[in-house]
Ligand binder design. Structure first.
Ligand code: SF4
Length: 63
């Protein structure tokens, strides 16, 4: 699994960090970010749920 966030699409809604806090966080400006070393999803079953929860589909989950 490989997770990425399109920073040009993200509006900083924070749903990803709320849904899967083991993988996602928000940067100092409030935009979504993948925690360092968790780009593979860290085995968290909530990653796909977090991608679905993003209101602007900024999160891509491959694999
Ligand atoms: S849920 Fe989507 S819009 Fe909100 S912070 Fe995460 S990536 Fe950005």
């Amino acid at each position: 699994m490989r997770i990425s966030i399109d920073e040009h699409v993200c509006i900083g809604a924070g749903q990803c960090a709320l849904t899967s806090p083991q993988v996602f966080t928000q940067d100092e400006d409030g935009f979504g970010a993948v925690l360092t070393g968790r780009e593979d999803g860290a085995g968290d079953p909530l990653v796909k749920e977090a991608a679905r929860a993003c209101p602007v589909q900024a999160i891509t989950v491959d694999g």
